[in-house]
Design a protein around this ligand. Structure first.
Ligand SMILES: Cc1cc2nc3c(=O)[nH]c(=O)nc-3n(C[C@H](O)[C@H](O)[C@H](O)COP(=O)(O)OP(=O)(O)OC[C@H]3O[C@@H](n4cnc5c(N)ncnc54)[C@H](O)[C@@H]3O)c2cc1C
Length: 72
């Protein structure tokens, strides 16, 4: 899994041009360099380090997983 120079996990557009992508769909916003593995909260590179943000990102990840399972 790709991380930044401080060890935080890279996701979404932060990975553009850095890693190959083997799925037919684009990488989701909070999807890591490992397809269908997501990141939320403080551990994500560039996160704002607030409780509300971590909770919101977690909720977004649930939606992304549903989308992935539906094939959209
Ligand atoms: C002193 C302090 C004050 C803060 N005050 C505020 C505030 O007033 N308002 C606000 O919005 N935010 C505040 N924050 C930030 C807020 O706490 C974080 O943004 C929020 O907790 C992030 O949630 P998270 O789930 O991403 O990470 P965390 O809450 O850090 O949860 C990560 C969890 O993963 C566990 N873990 C780690 N490694 C592993 C592993 N290998 N296997 C299994 N589990 C593991 C940890 O034990 C932890 O329980 C504060 C932070 C600190 C340190």
């Amino acid at each position: 899994m790709q991380r930044d120079d401080k060890g935080f996990v890279l996701a979404g557009s932060a990975l553009d041009g850095k890693v190959d992508w083997r799925l037919d769909r684009p990488r989701y916003l909070l999807e890591t360099s490992v397809p269908v593995v997501f990141v939320a909260g403080d551990v994500r590179s560039g996160s704002v380090k607030r409780v509300g943000a971590a909770v919101g990102e977690g909720a977004m990840v649930v939606q992304f997983i549903h989308n992935h399972l539906r094939g959209v």
